[in-house]
Ligand binder design. Structure first.
Ligand SMILES: Cc1cc2nc3c(=O)[nH]c(=O)nc-3n(C[C@H](O)[C@H](O)[C@H](O)COP(=O)(O)OP(=O)(O)OC[C@H]3O[C@@H](n4cnc5c(N)ncnc54)[C@H](O)[C@@H]3O)c2cc1C
Length: 344
């Protein structure tokens, strides 16, 4: 079986990896054949995951499948489960840190990206881009999603992590989420999705694959919405230049009422917005800005922004993140929690 192979056999390519890959295909020949037989699934092997992550980091996946439709996605996921082969559903890779050793198993991407407005609601397939969805809301003069302008990633990734910025999160507008549970398509309303700040039930149920979302938004004043979206685009592009290899903020922000009293006491009132304080506030005080491990650096202007200067590794990101967590715990007595998802 594929899981019996040694886990640390390669570092992203070359002859050693080719041997692992041959081994993967040999030990799971039926699996590869089974995947190739799924209509609507395009299968590749030995795909470097760094090509699919915004950090440009990540070793190869044994199998990488693009699923065009819910059936293909479900069949591939189900096949992996039956064979005992690990399976991971990746979106646009803007919020993941993939191991330098890659992923021993099957990585899936959902390619369906239909987007429509009808019956007073917007419907978006999970594989489409969040920005395309934001643009559609602007085209129709809807208010709310405009503040999510320039958040990278897919619609599915945005629902999974309840993406948001500048006062709005996607959950405010969700009417229904369709997802795959095994081979069954189910639908949840917003309450069942258990949305919270950067959280949803889908973070706890990795076997539920988001297929589509239906959103209802209030009308706004179209030119004012566009002007605000343009402002936000500019601010974000200055903070996160489009070519920057990063995941946005690495740690979640913090509810002020969840902090120990001694830590909350050092936060000035102006640093609290909607009951939350930026993790960057504490990270800055433990000397995060400008810290470096190999090719990974923390921005000099933003203590919660780790980026890959070039040649950075997942191990270096983990080392830096761990160091920051230790420093915050020792100084302030609480844990900062990663917003990024570690894979592999
Ligand atoms: C420059 C920059 C700025 C950012 N700014 C913000 C911001 O302001 N606000 C914010 O909220 N986020 C921000 N992010 C983080 C990121 O853009 C969001 O988390 C985004 O929603 C992730 O989407 P993705 O498709 O890239 O997901 P991925 O990174 O590919 O995956 C993230 C998680 O979602 C899961 N997932 C993806 N698709 C599905 C699906 N269909 N079904 C089930 N699970 C799925 C994956 O398994 C994974 O666990 C920023 C990132 C960057 C790089």
């Amino acid at each position: 079986m594929i899981r019996e192979r040694p886990r640390r056999a390669h570092r992203g390519g070359g002859r050693a990896y080719n041997r692992v890959l041959e081994n993967a295909v040999q030990v799971a020949p039926d699996f590869a054949t089974r995947l190739r037989g799924i209509e609507g699934l395009r299968l590749e092997t030995g795909v470097p995951l760094k090509a699919h992550t915004r950090f440009s980091i990540g070793g190869p996946a044994d199998f990488f499948g693009w699923a065009d439709c819910p059936r293909a996605l479900g069949e591939a996921f189900h096949a992996a489960r039956q064979e005992g082969i690990p399976c991971y559903l990746l979106g646009d890779g803007s919020n993941v840190v993939v191991s330098d050793d890659g992923f021993r198993g099957l990585v899936l991407r959902y390619a369906a990206d239909r987007l429509s407005y009808r019956g007073g609601a917007i419907e978006a397939d999970a594989g489409g881009s969040l920005q395309a969805l934001v643009d559609l809301t602007l085209d129709h003069g809807f208010e709310g999603m405009h503040t999510l302008t320039r958040i990278p990633g897919s619609v599915g990734g945005a629902v999974y992590g309840n993406a948001g910025a500048y006062g709005h999160q996607i959950d405010e507008f969700v009417e229904r989420v369709d997802f795959l549970d095994g081979m069954e398509v189910r639908s949840f309303g917003p309450a069942e999705c258990e949305f919270e700040y950067r959280e949803s039930v889908f973070k706890r149920r990795k076997d539920w694959l988001i297929l589509a979302v239906r959103l209802v938004l209030p009308h706004g004043e179209p030119s004012a919405l566009r002007a605000r979206a343009d402002e936000i685009r500019k601010v974000r592009d200055d903070k996160f230049p489009p070519a920057m290899r990063c995941a946005g903020s690495i740690f979640k922000n913090l509810r002020i009422d969840s902090l120990p009293a001694s830590a909350a006491a050092v936060v000035p009132a102006r640093a609290v917005r909607a009951g939350k304080v930026a993790s960057a506030f504490f990270l800055e005080q433990v000397g995060a800005k400008g810290m470096r491990r190999g090719g990974i650096e923390i921005a000099s202007y933003h203590a919660n922004l780790l980026y890959n200067r070039g040649g950075g590794t997942a191990a270096q990101i983990r080392e830096l993140a761990t160091e920051l967590k230790v420093r915050v715990r020792e100084r302030f007595g609480f844990d900062v929690e990663e917003e990024v998802q570690y894979v592999g």
